[in-house]
Design a protein around this ligand. Structure first.
Ligand code: GDG
Length: 753
């Protein structure tokens, strides 16, 4: 039974002190109530979690905390782990690296980022303080969930101290495209990516952010993804989207609160029958206040019929006012409001009602409910909860949401009027459209959005994340079971040394030799040739190199050795000390059409090329721009699969290669044929590619099958890199140093499952 430990920059409450008395002010944020509700229903029990803890930086002095603890007030909802730190250090980490580098850059305001090295140093140091504080407290069944851009390297720092820990990470802001992310100094960006990848599960709000992250991981760390999974170093990591939800019922049922009802009536009465346009945001340049005001001004100019018939209630919530970029914006915004009001106000009407303060929950929801239109136009926003809260608060389906297409929420709220926030005319026309929208249309749109928000609320979001975290852990466990460890190696080695009629089936590229940028240059070096010679010179061994390569390459590189060679997945073969034989002999005409299609892909994807063999034609994309090559390969697979329908050809999705070959033979059938003919007492089969999977399946229960590289496989064991292949083969031949004590157990070959 473990604990759920939430780690975020701030704790979910503040302390107020008057004399010797402290009082606690709980945060009403969605995450707090979601975690509480996760524990109130059965989900936490399902995940075997008994307690909830929260760790974050305290924004109050240690002595206030001691007082709160002494009076038994602290830690009612959560066990609290406060972190106290030096103010300068905190400022450099929070106002500095977090909010003057990561925040502007991740929201595409690259010109506002100030790349000060003391900011980065403080960021690393504070993340380290978090790791040092939490690591000694962790117990084996605990699940750690780290939140947001202030703590991106904490997952790795914690993993270093606790390799087995269960760690999730969620980013609440956008993950930018690679072109933006790469603007960071090299050491910083690698540290950040490597840092996040200390987690087992990494969550983002949208599909785009997931793709951006995967691309950065590919470009900067050379890690390829397989759907949502990454194999990084020796761990499986999952990257997925979890669009955060809101506490739907809290907003939806707030309408029944009498105090709130009164507030709503008051707002309505004071504004008469004027339509209300409403927005509420933290003071932040990402929220698009300046462009929103420009659009609103243009709207009054362009659509004078609406003058005196509507008001815009603009509520700005103070935020990060110690950072210069924020303070300057406040002045600019207030000047613009002054200009608009000065320009269009009449004795009885002022177009903008501006407030710079924090609203109580009831005030906020009363405004949501009173507003005919919510105008939410951030220039970039990870998600934007205000948009969701406005929709959830609607009474009787009334209200129109105008939403920026650059907010993460836009991908879920497609029934809103979506606008580009910098397109003044577009936003102005959306405002007229919203003000004039018939009630039945408002209801239709709100109902559809409400249904979606209700289904995937914040509790569901927490459940979803925690379920996936548990799943990744299980998959890692399964993978670990397959890793060829010392014990399994010793078992295979003992078996090898006791047997007299052995068959070794070895793939070539990616197994015996590393991949080469140009296939024709992948010649074996002396180490490979020496080892193959030593293995094949042993009369107890029958060594088979089984490859998709053509006859001439295999013959040139390995023809002089006493090996059996299988070329083009079995279409041609040369038994030990014999000559080459070809199994199929058909006309080459089929290649013309395939070559023509592949040629168009060579033109469209720089760096790719075609390789022709006797029975195969292949398009290689190993040397192309990462990402582009992969997406072109998906298109090519699609085109070729349609083209070869009703023929005897077959398309193979290989390792950075798409191949078309004559169907009817594969490495599996060939391997099986060989071992059926020789009836060996020991079979070892190694390979790295999709085509080797045919062998692994065909030899299930008959051989030790070993996949070189990670990822799903039918092989019984996995080794993680090609560099381990020769040492492993070498080791098999070395006699054990001393007679072993105890009774030797003949190893059996477990079936691969
Ligand atoms: C980050 C990401 C992502 C605002 N003013 C008042 C008030 N609020 C509440 C809202 C809402 C929250 O604050 C603001 O959430 P947003 O999502 O709009 O924006 P960020 O603060 O920037 O949050 C964002 C979010 O994390 C979650 O992942 O959506 O993209 O930037 O809940 O209701 N609440 C009260 N008075 C106010 O004056 N009571």
């Amino acid at each position: 039974m473990g604990r759920l430990i939430i780690i975020s920059n701030r704790l979910p409450f503040s302390l107020d002190r008057e004399g010797d008395k402290v009082s606690i002010r709980q945060s009403s944020g969605g995450l707090v109530s979601a975690i509480k509700s996760y524990f109130e229903n059965t989900a936490a029990q399902k995940g075997n979690l008994t307690e909830k803890m929260w760790m974050g930086v305290a924004d109050f002095p240690q002595e206030d905390w001691d007082l709160a603890e002494a009076s038994g007030m602290a830690g009612q909802d959560f066990g609290i782990i406060p972190l106290f730190m030096d103010k300068d250090l905190y400022d450099n980490y929070y106002s500095g690296f977090s909010n003057s580098v990561l925040w502007p850059l991740f929201h595409y305001f690259s010109s506002l980022a100030s790349y000060e090295s003391q900011y980065f140093d403080a960021y690393v140091q504070v993340n380290r303080l978090f790791a040092e504080k939490i690591a000694p407290l962790l117990e084996p069944d605990d699940q750690v969930w780290i939140h947001d851009y202030q703590l991106m390297i904490l997952p790795h720092l914690l993993r270093q101290k606790k390799p087995e820990a269960t760690i999730g990470f969620f980013l609440h802001i956008p993950f930018p495209s690679y072109e933006i992310f790469r603007l960071l100094p090299t050491e910083w960006k690698k540290t950040l990516l490597h840092g996040v990848m200390g987690a087992d599960l990494i969550g983002f709000h949208t599909y785009d952010y997931v793709q951006h992250f995967l691309q950065s991981a590919k470009m900067l760390l050379g890690v390829d993804n397989y759907f949502h999974n990454l194999q990084y170093q020796d761990r499986l990591i999952r990257i997925d989207l979890f669009p955060i939800g809101i506490d739907y019922n809290k907003f939806h049922s707030a309408a029944d609160d009498p105090e709130l009802l009164e507030m709503r009536h008051k707002i309505r009465n004071e504004l008469g029958d004027k339509k209300i346009i409403f927005s509420v945001d933290r003071l932040d340049y990402t929220k698009g206040l300046q462009s929103r005001l420009n659009a609103f001004e243009y709207f009054i100019e362009r659509y004078p019929e609406w003058r005196e018939k509507m008001v815009f209630i603009l509520n700005v919530v103070p935020s990060r006012d110690s950072i210069p970029a924020y303070n300057e914006r406040k002045k600019m915004i207030e000047e613009k409001i002054g200009t608009i009001n000065g320009r269009f106000s009449t004795i009885s009407w002022q177009p903008i009602i501006y407030r710079y303060n924090h609203l109580s929950f009831n005030e906020l929801v009363a405004l949501y409910q009173a507003a005919d239109v919510a105008l939410i136009t951030p220039l970039r926003d990870g998600m934007n909860l205000v948009a969701k809260e406005y929709v959830a608060s609607s009474v009787g389906g009334k209200g129109v949401l105008i939403l920026s297409e650059l907010a993460g929420a836009a991908s879920e709220l497609s029934e809103a009027i979506l606008v580009n926030p910098t397109d003044t005319a577009d936003v102005a026309s959306a405002i007229t459209r919203a003000l004039a929208m018939p009630l039945y249309e408002q209801r239709n749109r709100i109902a559809l959005m409400q249904r979606r928000l209700q289904e995937y609320d914040v509790t569901k979001w927490v459940n979803d994340f925690m379920d996936q975290l548990a799943q990744v852990k299980q998959e890692q466990q399964k993978q670990k079971v397959k890793l060829l460890d010392e014990k399994a190696t010793a078992g295979i080695r003992r078996h090898y040394q006791r047997t007299k009629n052995r068959c070794l089936l070895l793939d070539y590229d990616g197994t015996l030799v590393p991949f080469s940028r140009i296939p024709s240059e992948a010649a074996p070096d002396n180490a490979v040739k020496d080892l193959l010679l030593r293995l094949s010179s042993d009369p107890k061994n029958h060594v088979v190199v089984i490859s998709g390569r053509d006859v001439s390459s295999l013959d040139r590189w390995l023809g002089a050795l006493p090996l059996t060679l299988v070329a083009e997945h079995g279409a041609s073969f040369k038994m030990k000390n014999e000559t080459w034989q070809q199994l199929v002999s058909v006309s080459d005409l089929w290649k013309d059409e395939i070559r023509r299609v592949m040629q168009t892909f060579v033109t469209r994807c720089a760096g790719s090329f075609i390789e022709e063999k006797m029975n195969t034609i292949a398009w290689h994309y190993r040397n192309t721009q990462t990402g582009l090559g992969f997406s072109r390969s998906r298109e090519l697979l699609n085109t070729l699969s349609q083209l070869i329908q009703n023929t005897t050809l077959q398309v193979i999705d290989g390792n950075k290669v798409v191949e078309v070959r004559i169907a009817g033979f594969d490495k599996g059938a060939t391997a099986l044929k060989i071992i059926n003919e020789m009836d060996p007492d020991f079979v070892l089969c190694m390979g790295d590619d999709t085509t080797d999977e045919d062998m692994f399946k065909a030899l299930e229960g008959e051989a030790y099958t070993i996949k070189v590289s990670s990822g799903a496989s039918a092989a019984q064991y996995t080794i993680l890199s090609q560099q381990q292949v020769l040492p492993l083969l070498n080791l098999l031949t070395l006699p054990f140093a001393a007679p072993e004590n105890g009774q030797e157990v003949r190893p059996t070959i477990p079936s691969a499952s």
